[in-house]
Design a protein around this ligand. Structure first.
Ligand code: KG4
Ligand code: ZN
Length: 342
């Protein structure tokens, strides 16, 4: 069973080929970051048009890289949602058309299920059950995962997603888009300072998050400080520490709240999962609480085709024969998913 995976939910065109027996055979990514940078954020219409330009050349490249011809592909998985509808439609229509031409099934994959399963592309792969912390530009979720399609959301953000908070705060600090990695880089130069930024919603029970106040707290602090590189780096570090500590506190709680079957495991994925301070802090917390922690490699924390190919392989039995629907959903709850058919 060999699956071609296509990801086009936002500003990255990702393609991969995953083989059930041989694992990941090839993957490639084209990032639109440079194109959107001048606008300070993703421009949906430009994103869709660029996916149109880049997707087929990438498919050709990855097929060649993986030593596959069209005849070797048994199914095509594409991101059905959530995401930008125009961008999703490019992937969905291309996947569906190729599937029809090649006489193979096409499978619509939930983008966050892709992120959630991405650590399984690594060795050792986590076993079920586990708690997943999914931290991306659009989502912040803590999920009790009992198996593929058996998801219970334990907590989520009430306003900004973690990546969004990074991006907005980076903008306040005058950093270019995409702000998350830029802010993390600036924070490395920052001295440890006590700017008393809040750890939102950690002083009460529960697993939900709220990050919009953190950005306002940074703005207030910034106005009170001289505008120097040192002050900006210190603020970046204080922000990063506040958001990381908040995430770590909630993960520790989630490992208690979830049904871990006696072996607490934490899986971390999504763009913010590439953040080094978060990775180190979660490793320390896991060690202290006797839990195991799993991360995808950095390239598979952010959007990629490999996670979609892998999720599609696990869900190949969901593909309805003769189904020609081109599915694209802007919003789609992870809890609507069910275990794969059969
Ligand atoms: O998962 P992803 O690639 O796309 C979405 O599905 O949203 O996540 C992108 C988000 C952006 O907000 C980006 O700023 C953030 O992940 N990000 C980071 C880092 N790398 C990416 N945030 C903090 N530190 C990083 N190293
Ligand atoms: Zn994503």
């Amino acid at each position: 069973m060999r699956v071609l995976g296509i990801e086009t939910s936002c500003d990255e065109t990702g393609v991969a080929v995953y083989d059930r027996d041989q694992g990941l055979l090839g993957h490639a990514l084209y990032s639109q970051v440079a194109m959107h940078a001048g606008f300070g954020g993703v421009v949906p219409e430009l994103a869709s048009r660029d996916h149109v330009r880049k997707l087929l050349p990438l498919v050709r490249e990855v097929l060649a890289q993986s030593g596959s011809g069209a005849d070797d592909i048994d199914a095509i998985a594409y991101t059905e949602g959530p995401g930008l509808v125009g961008a999703l439609l490019v992937g969905a229509a291309t996947a569906r058309s190729l599937a029809l031409a090649w006489g193979v099934p096409a499978i619509g994959v939930h983008h966050m299920e892709g992120h959630l399963l991405a650590p399984m592309l690594e060795s050792p792969a986590p076993e079920f059950p586990f708690v997943a912390l999914l931290v991306s530009g659009g989502h912040t979720l803590l999920v009790d995962v009992q198996g593929v399609g058996r998801y219970r959301v334990l907590g989520q953000t009430l306003d900004d997603a973690a990546g969004e908070a990074f991006d907005k705060t980076a903008k306040l600090l005058g950093l270019p888009y995409p702000g998350g990695p830029e802010l993390a880089r600036l924070a490395q130069d920052g001295a440890a300072v006590d700017y008393r930024l809040p750890r939102p919603m950690t002083d009460r029970p529960g697993l939900d998050f709220s990050f919009s106040g953190l950005k306002t707290a940074v703005l207030t602090r910034q106005r009170a400080l001289p505008d120097s590189p040192a002050a900006r780096a210190g603020l970046a570090r204080a922000f990063e520490e506040a958001i990381v500590e908040t995430l770590v506190i909630k993960c520790r709680r989630a490992l208690v709240a979830a049904d871990t079957g006696g072996q607490p495991r934490l899986v971390v994925s999504g763009g913010v999962g590439a953040n080094q301070r978060l990775r180190e802090s979660l490793r320390t917390m896991a060690q202290e609480s006797g839990a195991q922690v799993f991360f995808p490699r950095l390239a598979f924390c952010t959007d990629n085709g490999a996670m979609i190919a892998y999720a599609g392989m696990l869900r190949v039995t969901d593909a309805a024969a003769g189904d020609l629907a081109i599915g694209a959903r802007a919003r789609w709850s992870l809890e609507e998913l069910r275990p794969p058919a059969g």
